[in-house]
Design a protein around this ligand. Structure first.
Ligand code: CTP
Length: 227
């Protein structure tokens, strides 16, 4: 199978030295990529700005913004050979907004206003879901292969209900939900306590595990998705 995995944060610049972002370190996505490669799959890792080493056997594409990440994912999904199942695992903490304008030179304090105008970024997972499960867009690369989509849901409350909503709205086969406020879960740490929510509504609450162990479980679930 081919795995396309997004990881890390995105950065949305307002001038060459300032950006909007979040504390994601990419650990969960890098663990998924590492495990999938160890299990003999073709793996492309589309990574935002993180300081992790590329796992062995993984092809890595470095990107900065959400729009760069979408373009790289689309290209990789379209490249997948017809008939070869492709799994898209979206672990990235994509910035939902970007500054409406990015100045070509550093903005001086006197040039900046107190309010920043933002515009919505594309939802990469939703976009890929729409294009693989429904009509193909004539202006975008065509995705030929059977595709399975796995998302993550970083929540601070109503974890399962929110995960179910995202699974439905983004057309996913499975969503991995976690409460980022819980001790040992979320950004930067080596462990995670996640709940798997599948398209058929079934739910598996996993204990606190290392991110590598969570990745093993996710890759196994992905292998089971393909007939
Ligand atoms: N995601 C994405 N592109 C975005 C936002 C999110 O691909 N612009 C993906 C994430 O990688 C994750 C899933 O969508 O797999 C859910 O992300 P999350 O941040 O939990 O939720 P949002 O869809 O951004 O919704 P909300 O901010 O309302 O919780």
């Amino acid at each position: 199978m081919k795995f396309v995995v997004t990881a890390g944060p995105t950065r949305e610049y307002l001038d060459p030295v300032r950006f909007l972002s979040n504390p994601s370190t990419g650990k969960m996505g890098f663990a998924v990529a590492r495990v999938a490669a160890m299990r003999g799959h073709e793996v492309v890792l589309v990574a935002g700005p993180v300081s992790l080493k590329t796992p062995k056997g993984v092809r890595r594409i470095d990107v900065t913004s959400a729009r760069d990440m979408l373009a790289a994912v689309e290209e990789e999904m379209a490249k997948a050979k017809s008939g070869k199942p492709t799994i898209f695992v979206a672990t990235a903490a994509v910035a939902d907004w970007r500054p409406a304008k990015c100045a070509p030179r550093k903005l001086k304090k006197g040039q900046m206003s107190d309010t920043l105008k933002l515009v919505r970024n594309p939802d990469i997972l939703k976009e890929i879901g729409r294009r693989t499960k429904t009509a193909q867009s004539p202006t975008r690369p065509i995705i030929h292969s059977p595709t399975y989509l796995v998302g993550f849901a970083a929540e601070t409350n109503d974890v399962i209900a929110e995960a179910r909503r995202k699974c439905r709205e983004k057309n996913l086969d499975m969503i991995v939900a976690n409460d980022v406020t819980e001790k040992g879960s979320g950004f930067g740490v080596d462990t995670n306590r996640v709940t798997l929510v599948r398209k058929d509504g079934s739910v598996d609450r996993l204990p606190l595990m290392t991110k590598l162990a969570v990745a093993r479980r996710i890759v196994r679930e992905c292998e089971d998705l393909c007939p």
